[in-house]
Design a protein around this ligand. Sequence first.
Ligand code: ASP
Ligand code: MG
Length: 402
Amino acid sequence: MALIVQKFGGSSVADAERVMNVARIVTDTYRDGNDVVVVVSAQGDTTDDLINKAFEINEKPSKRELDMLMTSGEQISISLLAMAIHKLGCPAVSLLGWQAGFNTSSAYGQARIKSIKADRLRSEIDRHNIVIVAGFQGLNKYDDLTTLGRGGSDTSAVAIAAALRADRCQIFTDVEGVFTADPRKVDNAKKLKEITYDEMLELATLGAQVLNNRSVEMAKKYNVEIEVLSSLKRVPGTVVKEVAKMEKMLVRGVTKDTDVARISVTKIPNTPGVAFKMFSVLAKHKINVDIILQSVGRDQTKDITFTVSKGNAEEAVNCVKSSFDIDDGDIICDTNVAKISIVGAGMESHPGTASKMFEALYERDINIEMIATSEIKISVLIDLEAADRAVSAIHKAFFPAE
Ligand code: ASP
Ligand code: MG
């Protein structure tokens, strides 16, 4: 007998039929002789709908009240799921985040889990109840409800798995697992059996929206193995873990991120402290900068190019303009770009990975505007229009059809 945590996202519990489907998965697990704790998100687009309702009334809603409102979404799904499980003849009890012992920091809308007082969870498990916990929420030191940031239910599930030392943490979603590329766009994309935490973090940041980043960080910290799998198709998914012996694979995946803007600033003075000044202004405005490129200085000037998310582009341009004396023509913002990356822990020890990627692009006549590398990833910035072709070409180079 094992203790299994199962998390179901909003699309998996979107309507009555889906809720019954989840109840069947949960009760099958329970009837196999396991203890089961279930974490659920709000149904379908409920959270978005709640936020819209708030903004209809007040365009600057109080963060406390917004959390009070948003937590109601998960309250609906936990109670419905409990009823569905009762209908299938198994005992179940639903708990809100605070009832399950979630203590968080006080930052409304982006609270961090501080601790889980798991007594109630344990006593319900001892009573052989299937315990259903509202994801994405907790209680702060003022006894006020908080939420953990969008997509936070994954983190709730991993936190419970860590607190209870669960044998397994399964995250059910509407995809079958983690793939080598987006299976809807790339022929021959393969489902991965396993992936490391670091690789998963890179893939998540790069736009493979399967698991919430924070949940992966927490899983790494507490060594919780996560299995990502489909709630609609009962087939094995992808296991995220720290792997000593792992399927030898150089590159684990190819991703596309289109939420990028490139900002080029030309003719800035070629003197010390310029980069410092530019990026500290951006940091002060909490603008996250990704790839940075500085040209070799010539004469009295040099150029700096960097990327930010599209939503930050305009503010970034204004920041730079306000702190440097530059002509309008000397700062260019291009939003028609995409960042294509390959990720894999194996590439560190394999020379030639980058050249293979660049060759695939060259063969398709795709120009590289910027390049960035880390131990487990290589990213290139290219024209947005070529993004999908680039992903397919690179994927083909690293994962030739059998
Ligand atoms: N319902 C919340 C959201 O939509 C939490 C989650 O889905 O994990 O962000
Ligand atoms: Mg959701």
